[in-house]
Design a protein around this ligand. Sequence first.
Ligand code: SF4
Length: 506
Amino acid sequence: MQTVVILDCFTVEPSGLGVPPYLSTYVRNAWSALRRARPEADVRYVTIDDVRWCLVGGKPTVEPPLSDRLTYSTTVNRDTAIQLLRDAEIVVVIAGNAVPSVHLHAVNGSFEEIARALACTRGRRYLLGPLSTYALASPVEYAGLFDAVHTHTVTSGDLLLGSRRPADYEQTRRERDSFTGLVEQMPWRPIAELELYRGCTRRKFCDFCNEPAKSPLVAFREVEDVVTEAAQLYAAGIRNFRLGQQTCFFSYRNRDEDAIRALLGGIRERCPELEVLHIDNADPLAVAAPVGLRIAKLVAGYCTEGNCAPMGIESFDPVVIERNTLTCTPEILTRAVEHVNEAGAARGPGGLPMLLPGLNLIYGLPGETHGTHVANLRGLAGILDAGLLCHRTNVRLARAFPGTPLAALGEREPLPSAEHFPSWKADIDFTWDQPMKERVYPTGLRVPGLHSYFIGQGGTWWRRLGSYSIQIVERDAAVPRGTTGDLVVTGHAPRMIYGERVASAS
Ligand code: SF4
């Protein structure tokens, strides 16, 4: 039987995560297209971790019991990965970071690794995912590496030709059927990333953002289409879902409360024993609106606990907001944070708040001065002083993604964050993140239903599956991966908390 291969080198975008255990829309899209295009073929799912495993001689790159972030997500195909790549008629590579990406348990495939993996192939090679934009922007660097490039989606019809626009949702619906054979190749509990729409619903776009360049027009999926895909995934054994592949969950179908109720209710009905239902991405403008509060209540009511609505204020500095068309002011953000707290701060049966806001801050945007950092610290202190809860905060440096107004500015004079970012980030860690962790996860809180997932130098890391799930470190312990347990919170750090195991979860 002819073999075709999906080589998942993992993807990270502002809207959409494709790092295991997340099962990305790209992987599922490639699976469906390949099954349609080659119905007789054996479609194999291989990760860059499988390739690394083979290249170092069939073993991890660190000594057990430490977990190896380079080979953490190997599949059932890990021992034959190179052979599969060599013999495949087609290899679809899925790769690319549209935003900086750092993970405890994973390292996304680099350009060099992808080139090395493809060096052994004899079949045709196609690229899908955010790396496509870089490949098209740097044709010399990528010359000869791929036979065709797909920027958004791949279908059975355009597989050989490449594509620069997304397939319409009706077409992807027609191509989709069972995911069972795909999920069976993943020896982990996947969390399926689901897409609700493409594009950004704002009238004015933020200058740094690649989403409007990626999808200039907004296109919504039908509720039934999303629910049916969730049901197909559920039938394949998936029990964890995140509605995260869109720019703002609250803006689905233009903030249509009834559609969102039908969506969440439909998933609950068709996937009755789901374990995780979370969302990702929230535009503070939508959340701060009166309908935003009502939608937040729907999310808190239908989704599972520990959920997060991350919102991009990006900067509290009015000069930076103005210069970069960020639109959201500190006042709007505060109202949005209040709405999410009102709807979701109550704790669920597992001890975690149902839904909390997350915050995104970006340094390195035009207009930045030392005063920008002061404004950010003041803005965060205001939220803390108001007694509000926040799940997590992401602070990063701007990256000029090809096609954005920020990239069009070209080389710029270095901004203060070029020198001060590490210390500014540390300021936020200790004046905001850590006190907030202490508030949301107080010492003595018992967190049940955790599983161990990574053994590092400092101990074992525990979490639940979910969106930005809280990481609890059991110090000086090496607990086998996948062990279940309850931990009691004993201490706090900016990015994680510490705990002691008290009992095995039932
Ligand atoms: S609101 Fe701004 S950051 Fe969010 S998707 Fe739209 S343009 Fe991008």
